[in-house]
Design a protein around this ligand. Sequence first.
Ligand code: NAP
Length: 541
Amino acid sequence: MSCKDTRERVGALDFDVVVVGAGFAGMYMLHRLRGMGFSVRVFERGGGVGGTWYWNRYPGARVDGPSMQYSYSFSPELEQEWRWTEHFAAQPELERYANHVADRFGLRRDIQFDTAVTSATWDDTQQLWSIGTGRGDTVTARWFVAATGCLSATNVPGFPGLDTFKGRWLHTSRWPKEGIDLLGKRIGIVGTGSTGIQAIPELAAEAAHLYVFQRTPAYSLPSDNRPLEPEFEQDWKRRYRELRQAARKTWFGSVAFVAAERSALEVPEDERDRIYEAAWGKYGGVLTAFNDLTVNEAANETASEFVRKKIRQIVKDPGVAEKLSPRDYPIATKRICIDNGYYETFNRPNVTLVDVKADPIQAITPTGLRTANAAYDLDVLVFATGFDAMTGPLFRMNITGRNGVKLQDKWAAGPRTYLGLATEGFPNLFIIAGPGSPSVLSNMMVSIEQHVEWISNLLDHARNTGTDAVEAKRDAEDAWVDHVNAVADDTLYRRANSWYVGANIPGKPRVFMPYVAGVGTYRERCDAVAAAGYDGFRLQS
Ligand code: NAP
């Protein structure tokens, strides 16, 4: 059945598919579905394409995986013509790439910018989604795809007094396009995750004084960034098809991030140290030096202690080095940070580390920030305090499924999905890189492309078989949730209070959200489900 036939049959359908988000997931979803003959409308909250790379303009923002692999593979022409200038591209280059893709494939004509989706309601009688936007539009579509990203709903802690602050405050992912004048300012930054660690060296270079308010120290590894050598680029471009194919079969979705086949405990200590030293500063390095760092506590401790030793070597003040040293969770169980001179920044005379676990933040005042024991005068206050990850972007769309059930209510005790792609009671809703899929524990580009292709193939199948509604079955979903949990239980990931488990948002249920079996295994599972006629889904005409 053609799209036109589908529209005529329903009568009330504005589009075959509404996609939310024009980041890398939404852009490819649009391109792919349009190429298959579906009518598609994309709604994007921002004023341009790029998602994460549209919003995160803070100083130092840069991808933490190799650019040659953090890029689309669906178009051999695109991957040949685009030229990355650095091994790890910075935000402006990534945003340029997103714009290049939008121009090259004529995507903009089907994207409505500056438009947030504020409601999405399933109509069981007509079997369609009714989607409302912040601009007052309502449109209908058979299929509804959330390409909203995992880290797009910002988290600004509710410190008392923030509204009284006379200086300027901002969250890192709402940094203005025109930048802000930081030169000679007294700057405070709350948060030392991946974002804070990238921003801190840059802020310190501009500030009269920088106060770093740290609650939990992070493990950070030096970036391997450098200009991309033409020979390296040419070699990759020659072998792109083979390398892309290989990456899809790995755990992380990157041929540069594959663990060595040996335990950290099977080599003598001095050899282990030599291996870690050689790995320091190389992409994947310390984390891929052995194969049991995320599953064996003793093995993990060897890597954790190696990083602490490095911190002691780099940071001159032993007291500051100790405060920067993570002690209460294993390395890699929170997202590893990749930095450009982070620890070195604490040797600068204009940088002060404030341990707000020992001396908690009590309030923001008109002139700065007050902890239990001290007051800090500030001109600019930066929140690098992260996101309501994975579920936040979905909940803020107010999604209502069959029988008036809200997604928030169904997921009150934590997200429940089948394959991370769909959830029972919400027919025809698909989530790209959602909870229950490898998602944030992978090279996102590989995960995005896999989901986009799987979802679009399913929509094509539905069209060809006259299927109007596709819904995950409860038993398949329950089994998947159990499986996701069982795989996580075999690792150390639950040992950290991370955003992977929702620990950064007060009141959020503690559920480990990503699927940790790896993208290769996951792809096989998804392919097997499709090959078995979309086993675990109810397909209704
Ligand atoms: P994050 O990892 O959640 O870090 C937030 C930081 O803010 C943590 O240090 C946290 O401390 C602190 N914080 C939160 N609430 C606080 C409060 N009330 N008081 C004091 N401190 C508070 O967020 P993020 O750094 O934005 O990174 C999020 C994710 O985005 C990363 O893990 C990564 O996946 C992605 N990212 C990637 C890149 C890249 O590719 N280059 C760059 C940036 C971000 P606690 O640890 O104690 O909660």
